[in-house]
Design a protein around this ligand. Structure first.
Ligand code: NAD
Length: 296
């Protein structure tokens, strides 16, 4: 299939590569020239705008930071809707506010174009290894049509409900991940301050109830003092802001989310917003005057 792919960052680039490996023809666009040139060298066709990506592709996928960028790429000047054909399917895989997804869905519907929100979990390794968990909102028939293409990039694709439901699911995911990273940071700072080796604590508890994907992926980064993203703190702040806004709209209480969001805001204003979200540990390290990383 011919696929227009817009947004070639940490996630979009490996996702586009997996689609090419599966035999799809890719028409790629990003506001930055470097990743476009990189994928073009690997066999994709570079296009000059989202409109051209839509005109060339049967389906269009977007993978950009947040709602404003999705609106810009889809509804803006030279956007997807300027090049889209009637009935074309657009799949936004960015993590955005459910209300923003519904706005884009409505704008697409008004032009006779179909739109799914299909955010992902699994991080950069999941994108590289095609093991993403994909959560989808929109019309069920469109999900069924997109399923095979989604499964090229993911280990699962689950239909969550009407437009916006994919992103509501993703917000729930992001709350659990953020709170889990904070819990791991808090617990391992206790171990370090009390003089117990963090690697030993990890070995002792990883197979028990406290074990988690988050601890497996993020604790080694804290112990190595390696906060190269991965998933940037600034993007996680964006997700928690979207979660808080969505929760206020429906009356759901998020007292713990707000606390972790404040930790990440503090890191952002300390110049650490581009660190991986495992860098929540840096907030604890500042408070405790100690690092989880231990010299051997
Ligand atoms: P990134 O910042 O690495 O990449 C975003 C890309 O979009 C960049 O290349 C940027 O130049 C491009 N872009 C920005 N505005 C654009 C526009 N208007 N038109 C075209 N391209 C534009 O971010 P990422 O880590 O790849 O994340 C992308 C999305 O996936 C975000 O919504 C993020 O929350 C979500 N996500 C990320 C991870 C992760 O671990 N990195 C995991 C799951 C979900």
């Amino acid at each position: 299939m011919k696929i227009g792919f817009i947004g070639l960052g940490i996630m979009g680039k490996p996702m586009a590569r997996n689609l090419m490996k599966a035999g799809h023809e890719l028409y790629v666009y990003d506001i930055l020239p470097a990743p476009v040139a990189e994928l073009a060298a690997e066999g994709a066709t570079a296009v000059a705008s989202p409109a051209e990506a839509a005109a060339q592709g049967d389906m269009v996928i977007t993978m950009v930071p947040n709602g404003p960028q999705v609106k810009d790429a889809v509804m803006g000047p030279n956007g997807v809707l300027e090049g889209a054909k009637p009935g074309q399917l657009i799949v936004d895989m960015s993590s955005i506010a459910p209300t923003a997804a519904q706005e884009v869905y409505a704008a697409c519907q008004a032009k006779g174009v179909r739109f799914l929100d299909a955010p992902v979990s699994g991080g950069e390794p999941g994108a590289i290894n095609a093991k993403l968990s994909i959560m989808v909102g929109g019309d069920k028939a469109d999900f069924d049509e997109a399923y095979d293409v989604l499964m090229v990039m993911g280990a699962s694709a689950v239909y969550c409900g009407k437009s916006g439901a994919g992103n509501t699911t993703k917000l729930a995911n992001q709350i659990i991940v953020a709170l889990n990273i904070a819990a791991v940071s808090e617990a391992f700072m206790l171990a370090v301050k009390a003089g117990v080796d963090p690697q030993t604590v990890f070995e002792a508890i990883r197979g028990g109830m406290a074990g988690s994907h988050v601890m497996e992926a993020k604790l080694p980064m804290m112990m190595d003092a390696n906060f190269k993203p991965g998933f940037k703190i600034d993007l996680h702040i964006k997700d928690l802001n979207n979660a808080i806004e969505a929760a206020h709209a429906v009356g759901a209480p998020l007292p713990l989310t707000v606390q972790v969001q404040e930790m990440m805001e503090n890191l952002h204003f300390s110049g650490q917003g581009q660190c991986d979200h495992s860098g929540i540990a840096l907030f604890y390290e500042k408070l405790a005057g100690e690092t989880i990383h231990q010299e051997k």
